[in-house]
Design a protein around this ligand. Structure first.
Ligand code: PGA
Length: 254
């Protein structure tokens, strides 16, 4: 089953206008220079940079995404951004249910599901994140936790065209620690099996499942060549053009 690798940068809460615009320009230039690539690129800057980054990416094959959205189309939700607004400003994607949102903003599976449905209705693709904490992993509950998150967070209207899953063990995010390749394979396979039960085999086989958590150029080859790993969601290393592109290069994309 050939699934196009997705190399996605999650910039998190980083970048003032000048810095973020420069980073986007750097990515655009590097992607143009790489020529024909066997992957799809995505960058997800903070809301404040979306417009500038969109302009900076002009002419380069790099998609634009946001890091969260509300489920409503518009209205009395102070401080929130709707999926329709993201679509309007030129986003193709939105990340939902990142562990930092689940922790800092108490986002539940049900809320992530509702947001994802709204994003799909607005014409956005979603990157829905799941992953276990260290104590859950140590208690032998990683598969159970991730499976439950998939069942409850992924809406019924999800297809391989509008949804990407990201498996991000919470304890691997920003820590430099990564699970063993065997553990990554095991969780990815369990996720695909759960998706097959929920959305049918056709969708499950075509849906991309990214790995995220301390992906760097020096571990990209090993992680991204695993069965059922269809790309990476990259935090820290997406803030440096060489590292972001190095991950794509070492994964064999060009
Ligand atoms: P990291 O973050 O690459 O800095 O570990 C990944 C993420 O949180 O998406």
């Amino acid at each position: 089953m050939s699934r196009k690798l997705l190399i996605a940068g999650n910039w998190k809460m980083n970048g003032l206008v000048a810095e973020g615009t420069n980073l986007a320009k750097g990515v655009a230039e590097a992607v143009k220079k790489a020529g024909k690539v066997e992957c799809e690129f995505l960058v997800c800057p903070p809301f404040t940079l979306l417009s500038n980054v969109k302009k900076a990416l002009r002419g380069a094959k790099v998609n634009l995404g946001a890091q969260d959205c509300h489920f409503a189309e518009k209205g009395a939700h102070t401080g929130d951004i709707s999926p329709v607004m993201l679509k309007d400003i030129g986003c193709q994607y939105v990340i939902l249910g990142h562990s930092e949102r689940r922790t800092d903003h108490y986002e539940s599976n049900e809320l992530v599901n509702k947001k994802a449905q709204a994003a799909h209705t607005a014409g956005l693709k979603t990157v829905i994140c799941v992953g276990e904490t260290l104590s859950e992993r140590e208690a032998g509950k990683a598969l159970e936790v991730c499976t439950k998150q998939i069942i409850e967070s992924v809406p019924e209207d999800s297809t391989s065209s509008n949804t990407v899953i990201a498996y991000e063990p919470v304890w691997a995010i920003g820590t430099g620690k990564v699970p063993t390749t065997k553990d990554v394979e095991e969780v990815h396979a369990a996720i695909r099996k759960t998706l097959a039960k929920k959305l049918g085999k056709g969708n499950a086989n075509k849906m991309r499942i990214l790995y995220g958590g301390s992906v760097k150029p020096n571990n990209a080859k090993e992680l991204l060549s695993l069965e059922d790993v269809d790309g990476a969601l990259i935090g820290g290393a997406s803030l440096k053009v060489e590292d972001f592109m190095g991950i794509a290069k070492n994964s064999g994309a060009f």
